[in-house]
Design a protein around this ligand. Structure first.
Ligand SMILES: Nc1ncnc2c1ncn2[C@@H]1O[C@H](COP(=O)(O)OP(=O)(O)OP(=O)(O)O)[C@@H](O)[C@H]1O
Ligand SMILES: [Mg+2]
Length: 412
């Protein structure tokens, strides 16, 4: 499976220049492939970021959301949602927001600037493949700067492209044309990233009756997603209830029904009780864990899922259930040999998680954990827990990573 091997973010608030994982050397001109030379070890399917308050964890998640917003609307809208370009650009920076994503052998670069009217626009955007893959079926590159550029298809001459609207991504435009299957695939991948900002209050408001496959970012369609599982994944829902909900939440049955006024309600049946509870009566943590488990149990989950401090409101011992379910959704699930994995098979996903909770990192490996720190220049720095050989040795000897963090071996 293709996955994100590395990410670089420049001039995005406190993240003046941080890199996670491996990034290939970018193509220097059109038609040239991205170099084979890469920096760092690739990202693992689970990337967990820790660090003190104000060190950039939320900013990192928001930077991922910013890229998605640029794709779904445009650079100007993405900046407006965050208070404008000047609120985003790092102080004293060269006024270019820059993002690089290494996705398998594909390197995508996006640079945003603001024009003389302070309107953000796409200053440069490139998509290139590593040399070994160039010319392979479907492998294509594009390069655009200041609204003009070229797109290259395998075994074909480069074609000129000229943008009518420089606020929109080339990826959004070419990624909708069947002539460019490689670009379409990458656009779809970015388009399906899921950033979880679950709100129990939002989930408690009954939505109108409909079955919806994907949970919204705030979870306000939780009832619709449960209705979808009832209709499309009856066995999976029963499996999830019997395997996890009953054990960790004491819920033996879950069902939706339509109220007369067209709203969709959910009934939760607790062990030992005959009368159900409704969503409005369920606790914050219960709703949150149910939403997380439905999200993780989707047979085709989003390819990238980002959780910000998922531990908030969850009982600490339930975090291992959450991490186990995440393991069950990654390529390494079989190797990990974890118990309690879902009975069904599903597509693997990749995870970005920020946390303050040592229990959450207890079952992680050092190469899965990244530590944000603040440099003397007041901007963030990031390093991998596995960079420290002492940490690696102690984990090999059986010390859980969370305990090491608690004992100040990871950050001080
Ligand atoms: N434009 C900017 N340039 C530089 N630094 C900025 C900019 N905007 C915000 N910051 C800094 O980034 C910090 C916010 O970081 P962020 O919210 O990502 O921290 P966090 O690690 O999520 O913290 P917490 O653990 O409290 O949630 C602010 O406190 C501020 O110091
Ligand atoms: Mg935060």
């Amino acid at each position: 499976m293709r996955s994100i091997l590395g990410i670089r973010i420049k001039n995005y608030r406190i993240l003046k220049d941080i890199s996670l994982g491996s990034i290939f050397a970018p193509a220097m001109s059109i038609g040239q492939a991205a170099g084979l030379q890469s920096t760092g070890e690739p990202l693992t399917p689970i990337t967990v970021v820790i660090g003190r308050n104000g060190y950039g964890k939320s900013t990192l998640c928001d930077a991922l959301g910013f890229i998605v917003d640029c794709l779904k609307s445009n650079a100007e809208e993405a900046c407006l949602l965050r208070g404008g370009f000047d609120r985003i650009i790092s102080e004293g920076a060269d006024r270019t927001l820059e993002f690089q994503i290494q996705y398998g052998n594909l390197l995508y670069t996006l640079c945003i600037r603001s024009d003389k009217y302070n309107v953000p626009f796409v200053y440069a955007e490139t998509l290139s493949h590593v040399a070994s893959e160039i010319g392979a079926e479907g492998s294509m590159n594009f390069f655009v700067q200041n609204g003009v550029g070229k797109v290259v298809r395998p075994h074909a001459a480069a074609e000129d492209i000229r943008l009518a609207d420089t606020r929109r991504l080339v990826l959004a435009t070419l990624g909708n044309l069947t002539d460019f299957p490689d670009i379409v695939a990458f656009r779809k991948f970015l388009d399906s990233w899921y950033l979880c900002y679950f709100s129990p209050e939002a989930a408690r408001v009954p939505p109108l009756v409909s079955a919806q496959r994907h949970l919204s970012s705030r979870g306000d369609n939780l009832a619709n997603v449960i209705a979808y599982w009832e209709r499309e994944h009856t066995d999976l829902l029963n499996d999830l209830v019997n395997r996890v909900f009953l054990d960790v939440l004491g819920i033996r049955k879950i069902e939706t029904f339509a109220a007369e006024d067209g709203r969709l309600l959910v009934r939760f049946y607790e062990r030992g009780l005959t009368k159900p509870f409704y969503t409005s009566q369920m606790s914050d943590g219960t709703l949150k864990l149910i939403a997380y488990l439905l999200l993780l149990g989707d047979p085709v989950p989003p390819p990238l899922i980002c959780f910000e401090e998922p531990e908030n409101g969850l009982y600490h011992r339930l975090l291992s259930v959450f991490v186990d379910e995440i393991r069950g959704r990654t390529d390494t699930a079989a190797a990990a040999g974890k118990k309690k994995l879902a009975a069904h098979s599903c597509s693997p996903a990749q995870f970005f998680i920020t946390t303050h909770q040592p229990y959450l990192v207890d079952s992680l490996q050092p190469n899965e954990v990244w530590i944000l720190e603040k440099g003397e220049d007041a901007f963030a720095k990031i390093r991998r827990a596995s960079d420290d050989p002492i940490v690696g040795n102690m984990v090999r000897e059986g010390m859980p990573l969370g305990a090491l963090w608690f004992s100040e071996y990871l950050d001080k």
